[in-house]
Design a protein around this ligand. Structure first.
Ligand code: C5P
Length: 306
């Protein structure tokens, strides 16, 4: 295994244009510990982020608000109203929270590379990347104001603001980043080219209405092999419900699980994306080549989860 490598800076400025990276999110495990009166589920989860698989926003000053989509996955969003788009909602929400009127004077281009409605947190990560960029351009909000805005945009958005390994609880608002004890893990992400609605998966899971106690979190565990063993003992409580709605998930998990060196194969979030964890980068890269040859219709990539 390689030594710990930090996530590259998420924001960069080039010639007056701000670029903000929106990495894919993966739930290494996702346990449901309860349900609130408003129907939202209470989670216990370990969120990690792909070092080099994600969307990107470019933002530059303009006279009025302008939003455009590019990239291989952009067609899935092209029919969306601007008022529904999470990036535009994040930009307008931040602008209003600053006490400003009118529209934010920005041209934003979203380069959409992550599959939509995939359980990889793409929309949430895009919104969070926009919030980080707004903070860089116009100054910070108070912490509680930023958290409320992020949570209003989506339950995963607070974690995506931090965009590195963290324990997440509540409905997504309680985030505790891991310190130096997160080694990063080599992974393959696979989406069987099927969008799955998050509310539909949570609704299907309600029929089983079983909840757990939060797991004891390991402390000071920096060895990646020990992390692989520990993660293998956990699970994703949405996996059965998602697999009933989308049978291709079972095929993805089977294909990942039979790759040499795959130590864990599991659904991420509400799916349909799955991930495989490998001991080393060679294992993850070989698996991507083999899966790409056998299942050319699947979206997939190798990455390091940070
Ligand atoms: O917050 P977000 O828009 O991502 O959530 C989409 C839907 O997923 C919610 O309307 C809810 O049905 C379900 N959900 C849930 N518990 C969570 C997160 C999402 O029940 N913690």
């Amino acid at each position: 295994m390689q030594a710990t490598a930090p996530m590259a800076a998420l924001e960069a400025v080039q010639g007056g244009t701000l670029r903000s990276f929106a990495p894919a999110k993966v739930n290494l495990y996702l346990h449901l510990t309860g349900r609130r009166a408003d129907g939202y589920h209470v989670l216990d989860s370990l969120f990690v982020f792909a070092r080099d698989l994600g969307d990107a926003l470019t933002i530059e000053p303009a006279d009025s608000f302008d939003f455009a989509l590019t990239g291989p996955q952009s067609t899935a969003l092209s029919g969306e109203q601007l008022s529904e788009n999470l990036v535009a909602r994040a930009a307008f929400g931040y602008w209003r929270a600053l006490g400003r009127d009118g529209e934010p004077p920005l041209k934003i281009v979203l380069d959409k590379r992550l599959p939509v409605a995939a359980g990889l947190g793409g929309g949430s990560s895009d919104a969070a990347a926009c919030l980080r960029a707004m903070a860089g351009l116009f100054g910070p909000l108070a912490d509680d104001e930023l958290l409320a805005l992020a949570l209003h945009l989506g339950a995963d958005v607070p974690a995506c603001l931090v965009a590195r390994a963290q324990w997440v609880s509540g409905i997504g608002e309680m985030c505790e980043p891991l310190a130096s004890d997160w080694p990063g893990l080599h992974a393959v992400l696979v989406q069987p080219a099927k969008a799955l609605s998050t509310p539909a998966v949570f609704k299907a899971r309600r029929q089983h209405d079983l909840f757990r106690q939060p797991v004891a979190r390991p402390a000071g565990m920096a060895d990646p092999l020990m992390w692989l063993d520990w993660i293998a003992e956990q699970c994703n409580d949405l996996q059965d419900a998602a697999s009933e709605l989308e049978p291709s998930i079972a095929a993805v998990l089977k294909a990942l699980g039979r790759q040499d060196g795959c130590r864990v194969a599991r659904l991420s979030g509400s799916g349909a994306s799955c991930f495989g964890l490998f001991e080393d980068v060679e294992g993850s890269q070989k698996a991507v080549e083999a899966l790409r040859a056998e299942f050319p219709q699947w979206w997939l990539g190798a990455t390091r989860l940070m």
